[in-house]
Design a protein around this ligand. Structure first.
Ligand SMILES: [Zn+2]
Length: 237
């Protein structure tokens, strides 16, 4: 029984994870692109779940207005780099999880560090970045869990380049330039926590080799609605 198991042996081994699953998580790497609300929630949940390595990517600093929903940060972090603050807090939560930080944006000339990951999480806040990530996921053949939120609504979709019949992100959202400017429209903090939880769940299933959703998930946390849609791959994908 590894050292990581000792930490978790105090709790019941969950049927979804199992003992071998816990070891599998400890040997896994997740790249989190964007360390705002979704990124910080995913990072915290995956660290607590015992994922072995996280790569956090963001070039932004903490602002006071972020604190309404960005889970890992507090008032005395304002002005500091998000990835550095996050690393410090995550290390205190679970010292076994190795935290790698990249203080930059992901673009087409700067992404090699993504190739170390088993799964990529889109925790960005704009469509341009998501289309870049869609291309990179295809090129690197990595599953990527996309997530978008505004006000009380959100969408989640897993792109998996290994699954030949599955639509990619561009197939679904090519016509959509934006889901609305979250600076203007705002985001309820319950939306990002809920969305980040769903996103971390899909990441865990991928890491554990289990079935994850093949459908587009659409939800409204205020109206308590959740729908799933099967999307056809485009012929010119
Ligand atoms: Zn496509």
């Amino acid at each position: 029984m590894g050292e990581n198991m000792t930490r978790y042996s105090r709790q019941t081994i969950l049927p979804q994870v199992g003992e071998q699953g816990q070891e599998r998580l400890a040997a896994s790497t997740v790249a989190i692109v964007g360390m705002g609300a979704l990124g910080s929630i995913n990072a915290e949940l995956l660290t607590r779940a015992g994922v072995g390595k996280l790569i956090l990517i963001d070039d932004d600093v903490v602002e006071l207005s972020n604190l309404q929903r960005q889970a890992l940060y507090s008032e005395d972090d304002v002005g500091k780099k998000k990835v550095l603050v996050a690393k410090e807090k995550l290390n205190k939560i679970n010292s076994k999880t190795k935290i790698i930080v990249k203080e930059n944006k992901v673009d087409k000339d700067n992404y090699e560090f993504l190739s170390d990951s088993n799964v990529i999480l889109d925790c960005t806040d704009n469509m341009d970045s998501r289309f870049v990530l869609n291309d990179l996921a295809k090129e690197l053949k990595k599953p990527c869990v996309f997530c978008m939120v505004v006000q009380s609504k959100g969408m989640l979709y897993v792109v998996d380049p290994d699954k030949k019949d599955r639509a990619c992100f561009k197939d679904i959202f090519d016509q959509l330039k934006s889901i609305g400017n979250s600076d203007e429209l705002g985001i309820l903090n319950i939306t990002t926590h809920f969305a980040g939880t769903l996103q971390a769940g899909e990441a865990l299933k991928i890491l554990l080799g289990q079935q994850y959703t093949a459908e587009l998930v659409n939800f409204d946390v205020w109206d308590l609605e959740l729908d799933r849609y099967r999307i056809k791959k485009k012929q010119n994908c």
